[in-house]
Every structure is written in C-alpha cells, then in structure tokens.
Design a protein around this ligand. Structure first.
Ligand code: SF4
Ligand code: SF4
Length: 398
C-alpha cells in the first residue's frame, strides 16, 4: 500500500533546512584530524578543495551537537578540580598546532593538569561523541584499534605540543555514558604521520584511489565519491589550478600572475584557471601548453581542451568551470553541441580580464531564464509549460 509522504512543513524539518542553508566551507589547512584517514587521496582532495563538502542538515546538526558537548566536558573537568586550558592565553583563540610551513594544522579541545589518574602530568584533551554502536565498539577495542583516526589525531597533537600523554573522553549520545582512556605518545607513529603529511603537501596531483570499486565501504561514505567514481571533475578554484603552489606561512602563490593569493582569491580562482589534469577523472592528458591542456576521454576517445587558450587540433575548449559542471558521461553529447557552435574551438575568453564565463557556464538552469525568441509562439508555450511543471514539482516537494 502506498504511504503518504511525511509533511516537510514541520518545525523539525524547518530546523534541518536551516542547517542545510548554512554555507559549507573549505578548510584552509590539511587537518590533523584527517591525517589518519584510511584514504590518503581523500586527505589531499580535501586540502586542495576539489569538492565543497555537502553534508546534510541532519549531519551538520550532529556536528554542532559534538561542539556543544565540548563546552560541557570542559566545565565538568574544571568541576572535578582539574586545571584546564581551552584557549591560547596569548591569542584568546583555540589552541593550535601547525607544521610544514603552516599547511598542516589542527586545533586542540584543550590541555589539562591535575586529572585524577595522573595529577602531576599535563595531558592533551580530545573529546568525541559516539552513537551507541560506536561507543560500545570503542569500549571493546580501545581507541587505537577502535578509532584509529582519533588515535592518530591525538598522536599529532602530542608530538607537536611535546606532551607525552592525552586523555580521550568519549560520550555515548544515546545514554550519556562516559568513557575515558589515557593514550601515550608513540613517537614512531608520530614520525609516520608527519612523513605522510609532508608527502601529501608536496604532491602536485592526488594519490591513487584506495579502491576502484565504487561500492567499497570507505568510498561510499566519502565526500569525493562523485569525483573518484562518478566522473565529476574538481571545482575550479586556485587549489585545483596547475599554477598554484603552497609556500611559506601557510600561503599560496600563483605562478601565472606572480602573486600571493589571499583566501578569498583562492576561493574565487580566475579566468585563467587550468585544471590539474589528474582532477579530470574520466580523461587523460595528451598534449598541452602554458595555458591549455588537451585531453582524450578514456571511455570514448574524443578529444577536448581545457584552459583559457584553445588548440584547434583537439576539439572544443572547456573552461574549468564547464568541466566541473559537465559530468564525464555527458561529454560526448556536450562536445557534439559545442561543435555546432562557431568559435568553440578557439580561446574562450581573455586571459587577464575580469572573470568570464563561457557559453556552457551561461546555460540557464531555471526554465524562466531560458532565452527564447519573442516571436516564436511554440517556444514560448513550451517554456511556459516547463515552468508550470517545475512549479508543480516544487510544490510537491514542499
Ligand atoms: S571516494 Fe574512495 S578513493 Fe576517492 S577519496 Fe574517497 S575514499 Fe578515497
Ligand atoms: S591562474 Fe588564476 S586560478 Fe590559477 S592559481 Fe592563478 S589566480 Fe588562481
């Protein structure tokens, strides 16, 4: 029997939508919390801003719950008589560690002294909330085996702070049970993690995939699944551009325009963006110049070019934004359309003017924006019909 869809006009749904509407941002640095991730490629792609995170409103609320729990645990530790520092006394900000010219970094939940098991020792504090299943697994296996990424995160904090122990405090979200475990610095593991971070910061293209199987469990939960397993090129920003290099003081330098890039510059990119070829997962680079790269599609052998300059030998030109907006499986059709349009095999814009868009960037995504000739009644009627259908579908979704 068909079920009636649940109403989306509830307060609960409105709260989740409020979280949904919050902008999701790229982290400026490679995070210590991620360095122990099972897939190195995911660490690199996160740091190079290959895709903006797309967490659902429900998950964002869950993250917020974890943040709020931190304040409560700090208060509780002070309540039992421990000395706790959760901000850097010099800056008033969260205590941070960083290395590798500032490109590898992390924020501690706190540092404490006077804890019951080791009153004279100073310890790094790390707090995590868990589902019932995850909590029970942790209690059974302990942090190193049960939550290796958390173990690695604490190892980096301890190593960079030169503190030999950490207190891991876990909260069961279902029962509010607490689990605490002392973790001691493993200097060998610290060296492995720092070497991993250094290698990743130095890489100009992503490491290989952890699995070629799109159904592999790590990939299925990963934000980069669409990129690694579903033919989506990376987003166009400075971190995905061939011309950008990480330099000292956590800064990024553009070789094309010979300038240091602010955070805002990096997010915006510019009209001379040239995609790192390995970030176009469905094609292989076959030729290139300073401002263009020619590709051959791995599945169908068709050629196309990315970059502000074209190369008529290799088919239509795509800006990096166009590449990101067009899934690899659609390339053959899009190229066929491009080939019908004069000028698609030449440079798609100026190389130093304001950010330009090319024709594919200009394609309307809303029926009301579809340009139609006013003297074409059939088209006008078709446009109205599409608009009516979309409106009907939108009201159905509410
Ligand atoms: S989708 Fe898989 S291979 Fe790609 S980054 Fe994520 S975990 Fe790694
Ligand atoms: S060429 Fe443009 S997009 Fe590339 S790094 Fe320089 S400013 Fe950024």
């Amino acid at each position: 029997m068909a079920t009636i869809p649940e109403s989306q006009h509830t307060t609960a749904a409105a709260i989740v939508r409020w979280y949904d509407s919050k902008p999701q941002e790229h982290r400026p640095h490679m995070g210590a919390s991620l360095i122990g991730h099972a897939c190195e490629r995911s660490v690199w792609l996160t740091w190079r801003w290959a895709m903006t995170p797309e967490f659902s409103g429900r998950i964002l609320r869950l993250f917020d719950t974890g943040k709020r729990e931190e304040a409560r645990i700090l208060e509780e530790l002070r309540g039992i008589g421990a000395q706790v520092w959760d901000v850097d006394p010099e800056t008033g900000d969260q205590i941070r560690v960083s290395a590798l010219n500032g490109h590898f970094s992390g924020s501690l939940d706190g540092i404490a002294k006077g804890l019951p098991e080791a009153p004279k020792s100073t310890a790094v504090l790390e707090f995590k909330t868990h589902s019932n299943k995850s909590f029970n697994d942790l209690v059974k296996k302990k942090v190193r085996e049960g939550k290796p990424q958390h173990f690695d995160q604490m190892t980096v904090y301890m190593g960079l702070m030169d503190i030999d122990r950490a207190l891991y405090i876990a909260v069961n979200k279902d029962t509010d049970d607490l689990y605490t475990e002392w973790v001691h610095l493993d200097t060998d593991r610290f060296a492995v993690l720092m070497a991993r971070a250094e290698r990743l910061v130095g890489m100009t293209e992503p490491p290989p995939r952890i699995s070629d199987d799109a159904a592999y469990f790590v990939c299925k939960m990963c934000s980069f699944w669409k990129h690694c397993h579903n033919g989506l090129a990376a987003e166009a920003n400075c971190r995905t551009c061939c011309h950008a290099t990480p330099v000292e003081n956590a800064a990024w330098q553009c070789a094309k325009h010979s300038k240091e890039l602010t955070h805002a510059d990096q997010l915006a990119g510019c009209n001379t963006h040239l995609m790192i070829p390995a970030l176009v997962p469905y094609a292989e680079p076959v030729d290139g110049g300073e401002n263009w790269v020619a590709y051959k599609h791995k599945a169908n052998g068709i050629h196309f070019v990315n970059g502000p300059e074209g190369c008529a030998d290799y088919g239509p030109v795509f800006s990096s934004k166009e590449l990101h907006n067009c899934n690899g499986t659609l390339m053959a059709d899009v190229i066929a359309v491009k080939n019908e349009i004069p000028g698609s095999k030449v440079a798609s814009g100026t190389t130093n003017g304001p950010d330009h868009t090319t024709m594919w960037d200009d394609l309307a995504t809303n029926p009301d924006d579809i340009p139609v000739k006013q003297d074409h009644p059939a088209k006008q009627e078709e446009r109205k019909k599409i608009a009516r259908t979309v409106k009907a579908m939108e009201s159905f979704k509410k």
